[in-house]
Structure formats: C-alpha cells, structure tokens
Design a protein around this ligand. Structure first.
Ligand code: TYM
Length: 331
C-alpha cells in the first residue's frame, strides 16, 4: 500500500484554504492509503511563538483535524516534535542541500520580503525539514495545496541526491497530490491572492468562525459597481469570489450567478449573502464538533500518544536503515 504524508503548520486556526487545499483529501485518502497526518510545530518556530501559544496552537490543529473527520483509527495523527528521528534525517539532508537552491525557493523569497528582520536559518532550510517529514515514512503521495508544489519538487531533489550519493534507491519520489483534477489554490476575501493566516484576519474564513463572523467577513469583501458590458471578463477580486463559490456552493448556484453576471444583472449583495450562507452550511458540521473535542483532554491525549507511537515506529526503522547506508556503525 502506498504511503501518504502531509502536515499543517501549527500557527492557529484552520481556514477554508487548508480545508479545500489539503484536509478534504486527507479525509478521503485515509480509507485507501497508509496515511500519516501531522502537526508541524517545529515549522511554526520560524515565526517565534511564545511557549504558551505554542501548545495552544498545536492543540487547535489536533482538535480541528479530528473535527474534519480524520480518524485516528485509520490514519496516524501525530505531533511532529514527538518524533525526534525527523530532526536527525533533517540534519543528514541538510548536508546535501545547497545554499543557492534554498535561497531561490519562492516561499523563502516571499518570507524575506515580508519579514526582512527575521531571515533565520530555519526559514532557509524549511524545505529540508519538510523533505525529512515526508521521506522519514518513505511516502510517495503528499496531499497539499498548490503553494506547496515547489517544496515537493525540492523533497524529490533531496531524496534523489541522497540515493545518488550512496548509490542506492532507498527513498521513493514523493509527489504533491490532489484527489481532484489539480492542486488547489483557494483565494482569500481581500481580492489580492490566496487565503492565508498571515494575510490578515479578514482575508480568511476559519472552520471555527461563527455564522455571524462569516457573514460579516464575506459582506465586507471588495466588489464594484457591477459589469458594464455583457459577458465581460471578471476582475480578479470578483473572480476570487466566484472561485470560492465554486468550492462551497452547488454547480447550479454558481451558474445562476455566473449567468446574472454575464447579463449584467448581478446584485453583489445577494451574491455575497448566498456565498456566506453556503460557507456556513459547509463548515457547520466541523464547527459543531470543535468545542466538544477541545473539551475532551483524555481523548486528545490518547490520540496524540497513539499517533506518536505509530509514527516513531515507522521513523525509527527509516533512521536505522539510513544510518547503515551512510556508514554509521556502533562500537
Ligand atoms: P500550511 O500550514 O501553510 O498549510 C497547510 C496546508 O494547507 C494548504 N493551503 C492551501 N491550499 C489551497 N489554498 C490556500 N489558500 C491554502 N492555504 C494553505 C497548504 O498547501 C498545505 O497543504 N509547509 C507546510 C506544512 C508542512 C508539510 C510538511 C506539508 C510541513 N511539513 C510535509 C506536507 C508535507 C505548510 O506550511 O503548510
């Protein structure tokens, strides 16, 4: 059976981008593959969370994983920092990762631009740690959103380089995966780009947002006076809202508003009201579970410990073999 690995950085609440870009696939894949889904708390250190925030953020992602329907009986759910073998593999892979290629990574360049005062080495080697996350379980499929595609290419590069250096075929090639036709990019509500945690609170709709908050955020999304000619191309900020409708609404609803737009009869107030209601409907089953799961500390402890045990077993096997390949011998 093929192995699947994916993770989410623990920087707080999950949003619709995380859900449609990644988690929806996790829930589907757990029935067919050997799945490892983890909470990337080491990756979250690049932005220096306080000790108090760190644990709460990990808990939030764990709770929301469970609320979306990821089943700890089917998939291995674990916290990255519970598996120290990952850092050892990260160290080995770092010996084979070159400054030039790390500096050229799009996400690194974006982070440098956004936070010029915090260009730390962890940020530079972020894709190496990600490769270690994936290769530690020798995964071949990695369900992620479009923004992670380049990181998967780098993971293949590092795995292949290791194989070449030690003249074997130890690591299989991992590929970004989507159960749909292609990798997904969910736009944000600010009309500019993707939905994300660092793009400001109003840009993202969170799985835990109340109906009132969702309505308020969606109604504030940027629109304009409406199309001025029939079948006019949509400006980006309008197209983004249609793209969001594509994931949360029925095809009939989408084509209804598309037609109104093309005939210049669209009323953006009605359009956004519908979009908000459909977001509320799709997130309701998850939102309803979040509070109850968060209150059940015993259950969370059981899930995290079971996941850590299973993930450590797989990781320890890989590290033992990697050490032998590299040439470490015990005296
Ligand atoms: P992170 O925490 O930024 O995002 C988690 C997942 O959500 C997807 N995603 C989106 N997909 C579509 N549209 C969006 N607007 C959107 N925003 C986020 C991301 O593509 C991702 O799949 N580096 C990773 C975490 C990670 C990881 C790994 C993933 C660490 N190690 C190993 C896979 C395998 C990250 O920061 O994702």
């Amino acid at each position: 059976m093929e192995t699947v690995v994916s993770g989410i950085r623990s920087t707080g609440k999950l949003h619709l981008g995380n859900y449609y870009g990644a988690i929806q696939n996790f829930v589907k894949m757990q029935n067919e593959y050997n799945c490892y889904f983890f909470i990337a708390d080491w990756h979250s250190l690049t932005t220096h969370p306080t000790p108090a925030d760190l644990h709460d953020n990990v808990k939030q992602v764990l709770v929301e994983y469970l609320a979306t329907g990821i089943d700890p009986e089917k998939a291995t759910i674990y916290v990255q920092s519970d598996v120290p073998e990952i850092t050892e593999l990260y160290l080995y892979l770092n010996m084979n990762a070159y400054m030039g290629e790390l500096e050229r990574a799009t996400s690194f360049k974006d982070k440098v631009r956004a936070n010029p005062d915090n260009v730390n080495a962890g940020l530079l080697t972020y894709p190496v740690l990600m490769a270690a996350d994936i290769l530690i379980h020798k995964a071949t499929k990695v369900p992620v959103g479009k923004d992670q595609e380049q990181h998967l290419e780098m993971a293949r590069t590092f795995g292949n380089r290791f194989n070449r250096l030690y003249d074997n075929e130890y690591f299989p090639e991992p590929y970004a995966f989507s159960a749909g036709k292609s990798l997904v990019k969910i736009p944000g509500l600010d009309g500019k780009g993707k939905m994300g945690k660092s793009e400001g609170e109003a840009n993202a709709v969170y799985l835990s947002d109340s109906p009132e908050v969702i309505r308020k955020k969606v109604m504030k999304a940027l629109t304009d006076g409406g199309p001025t000619t029939e079948n006019q191309e949509k400006p980006d900020y309008i197209q983004n809202l249609f793209d969001l409708m594509k994931v949360v609404s029925t095809p009939d609803t989408l084509s209804h508003f598309d037609e109104l737009y093309n005939k210049m009869q669209i009323r953006y107030g009605d359009f956004k009201k519908q979009l908000a209601e459909d977001m509320i409907i799709t997130t309701a089953p998850m939102r309803d579970k979040i509070e109850a799961i968060a209150a059940d500390s015993d259950y969370l402890r059981k899930v995290a410990r079971l996941g850590a045990d299973k993930a450590c077993e797989s990781a320890a096997k890989t590290i033992k073999e990697v050490r032998e390949i590299i040439g470490f011998r015990r005296f």
